[in-house]
Ligand binder design. Sequence first.
Ligand code: SF4
Length: 386
Amino acid sequence: MSYHPPMTGLDTTLHDLVHNAVDGKPVSRATALAMLGDDMPLLPLAHAAGLVRRHHFGNRVQVHVLNNVQNGACPEDCGYCGQAKTSDAPIQAYKLKSREEILDEAEQAARSGAFRYCMVLSGRGPSDSDIDHMADCIREVKERYGIQTCLSSGLMDADKARRLADAGLDRLNHNLNTSAGHYPSICTTHTYGDRVETLRAAREAGLSLCSGMIVGMGEAKADVVEVAAAARDLRIDSIPVNFLVPIPGNDVVQPSIADATLTPAFCVRVLCMFRFMNPDAEVRVAAGREGHLRSLQALAMEPANSLFVDGYLLTRGDGPLPTLRMLRDAGFDIELEGAEWNEAVRTLVSNGALDTFALDEQVPSDLAVLKEDRLSERKLAKLRIT
Ligand code: SF4
């Protein structure tokens, strides 16, 4: 399907940017930086980014669910992570799930029509026995259910990456998280270079790569651009863009950008910049969507073509209904990915029930539209009788 973006209404700069991006020519660092500033009007920028996204992904939005197969007790000190040894965040640690548990959850994912099953292990990196365990599970998931598999398990060398690829793993997630220059400010127990080495090892093993960042850890706009450029240079297939969620007890708590304000508009600009820097990559709105983008969530889906529901590794997020309604209201086609999509949600997506008038998550009762302190008990009583 060749999609020729309608370029009418775009100023020459945006017109050229869209043209180049559609031809696979990413923007320069200088232009990327300009996208993070107020000189470039937000709505035309988001519209232009949407044209590039539709050239590669049409009007579709992939909706993902995350599955944590090992939690907490990590020897690393990543300042933004509630699982770090330095964090006092009150999270429940649990060991690597058993083969049965992981396969059960994969079955649920497969039965509910999932395209990809994403598994996440906390920790510096998987041991040889972890690799054997996960390789065994992945082989079985592929054999039994034939769905795509993705694993996030920390630092690893080429041998471990190859053993996972041989077992049938499709994609490896390993976020760069921030720029090389800013990395020592968020973590001291491993380096940015260690993370790049893991991605290179995975690429050599033939794995698809998923690697993104956490915006709002005190970095500068130029650092955000550096991560987008690194993703382009490493030919990353899928880029989750997180916005820092303040977890009490962590070292890096207060979301901030050194030379800008982390407003919903700025977050949309970041997503647009990632789209123009990586025109054909999957750009995913990840953690912090609800709290940072707020009323601009639908606009954020112009540059981005996927998101998570039901929360993130440690933090809450909106459930399926408000998220799917937001997508449908904005006119996007919904692709349900990942685990545990119950039939009710599938039906809502397919039969248009998402399109009816709604005040909140629950299917509305018609009285809910009235302010409680305006209700007349007498008339209510009459209504109840009838
Ligand atoms: S991000 Fe990963 S490596 Fe870093 S502390 Fe958290 S679980 Fe450990």
